[in-house]
Design a protein around this ligand. Structure first.
Ligand SMILES: *Cc1c(COP(=O)(O)O)cnc(C)c1O
Length: 392
């Protein structure tokens, strides 16, 4: 593990000499895109020596090239206490691989009720079909999760803050209970990234990122990663291999490029996001702002205790009105693109309809999710002001 601070690691990571330099001299700054399926060996002995597949030894395209190794090494370094990282063709692919690595038929999974929609769908379809049952729990349950643990419970999945409604979980308390009871913990850490929440250090076993979002950072790559501790590393490696999961070297390269500026981008997303969120809080048409760094957000005290920053994604609840009125407000915005995903340099808006099965869900009116990009926040506020005036 590097002794350098995260900002320095982002610059240095993955730039091993053997991945950037020619043998007879001269080097480039970034590991280039190594595209490969077949790897050529000088002899049968060399071919055997490349088994089993491992980072740093070319074996077959599916087990990676210096481009993906560099990204894996960089992501592992950002999570103090982590042993390894594997890449997947999307964040959803990463969630699926992580869950398949730790669960088997007959197990029960405790899943946070505020989770990302496709993660819920995976639990309710494929995992169910393979004999894994899912029990949803209130995102704010904290140490009381102990009361939900039964004989078949194998793992606890967290996402903090939650997709769409941003409840911040008491991750250390839940992990402490899990450790005591011998359960595996997984977190979807896409919102904070390891820069703002080093999840493995907080006690989590597998930390999942949709690199599609902030790591890529430019709305032009689909990629996922799972970073894990030593005890689960062999299982994750095996499952990733048999599932045939591999990331394109072009996408790994784009993500590595994104990583270099992740810290400065996140800090600007934070600053702009907070400025817009604080302004929204004072608007008569807004009932509540669901931003982890503001006291109105459920679980804000956990954010204040555990996180090093806030990113640019949050939501606000309209004071009354229906979905059609919210859609008119959204349609009227000029600087906010209407679309899924987030984490790019640009601002986005999207109506949200949270699914909850066990926790309370009494919001005053429709919920609008914003991703605040790197534009000047005053321009974004002016855009929102005219939209809200029309709504009001
Ligand atoms: C987008 C997202 C994912 C899935 O990532 P994809 O790359 O779009 O598959 C997973 N979790 C969260 C919280 C996300 O926002």
């Amino acid at each position: 593990m590097s002794e350098h601070k995260p900002e320095t690691q982002l610059i240095e990571a993955g730039r091993r000499r053997e991945w950037t330099h020619l043998e007879n001299g001269g080097g480039i700054v970034n590991p280039p895109v190594w595209r490969a399926s077949t790897i050529l060996f000088d002899s049968v002995a060399d071919m055997h020596a490349a088994e089993p597949p491992r980072m740093g030894t070319l074996q077959y395209g599916r087990s990676g090239t210096p481009t993906s190794w560099a990204l894996r090494e960089a992501l592992t370094g950002l999570e103090p206490g982590a042993a390894a990282t594997h890449l997947y063709p999307s964040g959803s692919g990463a969630v699926a691989a992580a869950l398949l690595a730790v669960l088997e038929a007959g197990d029960e999974l405790l899943m946070v009720d505020s989770t990302y929609g496709p993660t819920r769908a995976l639990c309710n379809t494929l995992l169910k079909r393979f004999g894994v049952t899912t029990r949803y729990y209130d995102p704010l349950i904290g140490a009381d999760i102990a009361g939900l643990i039964g004989e078949r419970t194998k793992a606890i999945f967290l996402e903090s803050p939650g997709s769409l409604t941003f409840e911040v979980q008491d991750v250390p308390a839940i992990c402490a209970v899990a450790k005591e009871r011998g359960l595996v913990t997984l977190i979807d850490n896409t919102w904070a990234t390891p820069l703002f929440f080093p999840a493995i250090a907080a006690g989590v076993d597998l930390s999942i990122l949709a690199c599609t979002k902030y790591v890529g950072g430019h709305a032009d790559v689909m990629l996922g990663s799972v970073t894990c501790t030593e005890p689960v590393a062999a299982r994750l490696q095996q499952v990733s291999k048999v599932l045939g999961q591999t990331a394109s070297p072009d996408d790994a390269w784009l993500a590595l490029r994104g990583l270099r500026t992740l810290d400065v981008r996140l800090r600007r997303h934070e600053e702009n996001g907070l400025k817009v969120a604080r302004w929204l809080k004072d608007q008569p048409q807004v009932a509540q702002v669901l931003h982890p760094a503001l006291p109105d957000c459920p679980g804000h005290e956990h954010w204040a205790r555990d996180f090093k920053g806030a990113t640019g994604l949050f939501a606000f609840v309209l004071d009354g009105g229906d979905e059609a009125a919210a859609a008119r407000l959204i349609d009227s915005l000029a600087l906010f693109g209407i679309g899924y995903s987030w984490g790019g340099f640009e601002s986005l808006v999207c109506p949200t309809a949270p699914t909850r099965t066990v926790s309370s869900s009494d919001w005053a009116g429709p919920i609008v999710r914003l991703h605040i990009g790197l534009e000047h926040p005053d321009d974004l506020i002016a855009d929102l002001a005219s939209g809200l005036a029309r709504f009001g």
